[in-house]
Design a protein around this ligand. Structure first.
Ligand SMILES: [Zn+2]
Length: 103
């Protein structure tokens, strides 16, 4: 798990983020200079504690950009998504990303 300094930094980040803010695991990973394994473990822990909720966002692999919509569940992501930037057909099973919302 994380050392104390990183845990403190993470908790501070959360405090300053405030309610309804979205947490991107990749951003936290960079900020804390740690691995995605650890970040996801921490976020799952916070989820179990009822502090954050999982959401889903879709990223286009062709142009590497996020789509505008945020979904509550994987089932909610439409089958026939087309990238809003480059019109690439997006495979929802492969290109969604789990993000977290502060609850
Ligand atoms: Zn695209």
């Amino acid at each position: 798990m994380l050392d104390e300094e990183r845990t403190d930094k993470f908790m501070t980040m959360l405090q300053y983020s405030g309610k309804e803010m979205l947490i991107y695991p990749g951003y936290i990973m960079k900020e804390l200079d740690t691995t995605s394994d650890i970040v996801y473990k921490m976020l799952r822990f916070l989820k179990d504690e009822g502090l954050v909720k999982e959401k889903y966002e879709v990223k286009c692999r062709m142009c590497n950009t996020y789509q505008d919509a945020i979904y509550e569940s994987i089932e909610e992501i439409p089958r026939d998504l087309e990238c809003i930037h480059c019109s690439n057909k997006i495979d929802k099973d492969e290109e969604y990303l789990v993000i977290y919302k502060i609850y």
